[in-house]
Design a protein around this ligand. Structure first.
Ligand code: EPZ
Length: 420
């Protein structure tokens, strides 16, 4: 097990380059199985979730070569349609591979991804969408077997604008007969990135970024090179790191439009922000001001930033209120913050955070990916030393977070923990 040791109290000041997006890379890596050819991907973050996704592609028969942030994938020789159970359990978003395998081979076997630290994470919307496309689904022994002779384009309405279901249905429809229309589709920027990638391969997809996406089936897709968009959640995390320390930061390779809900909340907290083409700068006040947050599907405030703001608001002036509407179990990190002296009460979907003068360093746990990031934010401000256990969660979704923060004044070390 690995831990972070953070000496808190330093003001962060400087420039950081944002890495490529984890949540855009994963569906695009899945989509690279569609063309039966080469896909060259640039700006892919070197993080654990990407390693798992590439491991699945290799097991299915793809040739994969990764050099730093560039990945070369050759999907001409896929020999299996079964996503290995242990990898499904390790990363629930591997369900996204199913849509691509079904889309190309009309066959796929995978298992229920299982819940994770932030909620049950059902896939009913994925499966009901597959059925509407004419895919037969047999669920037995925890496995889901999908098969059909052909995929027929149709209209699919999503009861909830699920990001994964939207992406999976796009992937399953690219070779369908006729047109598929997804209504109440998720509008996240990662879906626009997936549409751009698919169209560069020769697919005909339009409407991503709105709640109606149309996919016209084609017969062939070609090789492609593509650069992944920057990670908007990493950008928000870095801004909040500077904000809680009363510092300043300039982000390079960030897209302001992707994080407008985050920027407006940071301004409500008293920060000054400035945006240029692909740069975002922030100057924090000596003391942040409390605010109210309600997480919503894009373009609302992102649920992935909820815990990070929760940590940042522990030392803001006044009382903040957060309402989490997307996942049912995304407040586990608050118990760890309370160990550091935070004043937080949870009432159902609501977290009430009463600002305290300063947190004090303690030994805490990373409860999940974004909960772990929240503990880093808290440790940067806390008095004394904070030890964060289980940072493997954080390494799943952030590339070199400690190095990036140390480059602008933080004091974070990684240590080997006990082997359990
Ligand atoms: C994606 O997860 C992201 N992951 C999540 O980021 C993000 O929090 C989430 O979208 C919401 O923005 C990736 O892109 C890899 P959903 P996903 O389907 O696709 C319910 C991170 O920290 N739902 O939009 O799994 C579901 O239970 C991760 O980077 C159904 O009920 O999210 C949840 O309550 C965490 N049935 C809500 O919808 C379904 O079939 C949103 O889920 C599917 C989803």
């Amino acid at each position: 097990m690995l831990n972070y040791i953070i000496q808190g109290g330093n003001k962060l000041e400087g420039e950081v380059k944002v890495s490529g997006s984890k949540n855009a890379s994963l569906p695009i890596i899945a989509a690279s199985m569609l063309n039966g050819n080469q896909s060259k991907l640039y700006n892919v973050p070197t993080i654990h979730d990407i390693q798992i996704a590439l491991k699945i592609l290799k097991i299915l028969g793809c040739k994969v070569k990764k050099t730093n942030n560039k990945i070369l994938i050759d999907s001409s020789n896929i020999t299996s349609y079964e996503i290995p159970y242990p990898l499904m359990r390790q990363m629930r978003s591997s369900v996204i591979m199913a849509g691509a395998i079904i889309g190309r081979f009309k066959n796929a076997i995978f298992s229920y991804p299982g819940g994770c630290d932030i909620g049950t994470r059902p896939i009913d919307l994925h499966l009901s969408g597959f059925r509407k496309l004419g895919i037969n689904i047999i669920e037995e022994g925890g496995f889901i077997r999908c098969s059909c002779d052909k995929i027929i384009g149709t209209e699919i309405h999503l009861d909830f604008p699920s990001v994964g279901a939207t992406e999976n249905l796009m992937l399953a429809s690219v070779y369908a007969e006729g047109e598929t229309v997804i209504t109440n589709a998720a509008m996240e920027p990662e879906i626009v990135d997936l549409q751009n990638f698919l169209n560069k391969m020769g697919a005909i997809v339009e409407g991503a970024g709105t709640n109606i996406i149309k996919i016209k089936g084609v017969n062939k897709l070609k090789e492609v090179s593509y650069t992944i968009m920057p990670d908007r959640i990493e950008a928000g995390t870095l801004l909040c790191s500077a904000a809680i320390t009363g510092g300043t930061i300039e982000l390079k390779n960030a897209i302001p439009d992707h994080i407008s809900p985050i920027l407006s909340k940071l301004e409500e907290c008293g920060c000054k922000t400035e945006v240029k083409k692909d740069k975002i700068s922030l100057i924090a006040p000596r003391k942040l001001i409390s605010t109210e947050i309600k997480t919503l599907p894009y373009p609302g405030f992102p649920t992935d930033m909820q815990s990070i703001f929760g940590a940042m608001l522990t030392t803001a002036k006044g009382t903040s209120v957060i309402i989490e509407t997307i996942f049912e179990n995304r407040y586990k990190y608050t118990n760890e913050l309370i160990r550091m002296g935070a004043k937080i009460t949870i009432e159902g979907k609501m977290a009430i955070i009463k600002g305290v003068k300063r947190l004090s360093g303690a030994e805490v746990l990373a409860t999940d990916l974004r909960g772990g990031a929240a503990m880093v934010i808290a440790g940067l401000q806390a008095k004394g030393k904070t030890k964060i256990n289980n940072i493997e969660y954080i390494l799943r979704g952030y590339e070199n977070l400690d190095k990036k923060l140390n480059s602008i004044g933080a004091n974070i070390k990684i240590e080997e923990g006990d082997k359990n």
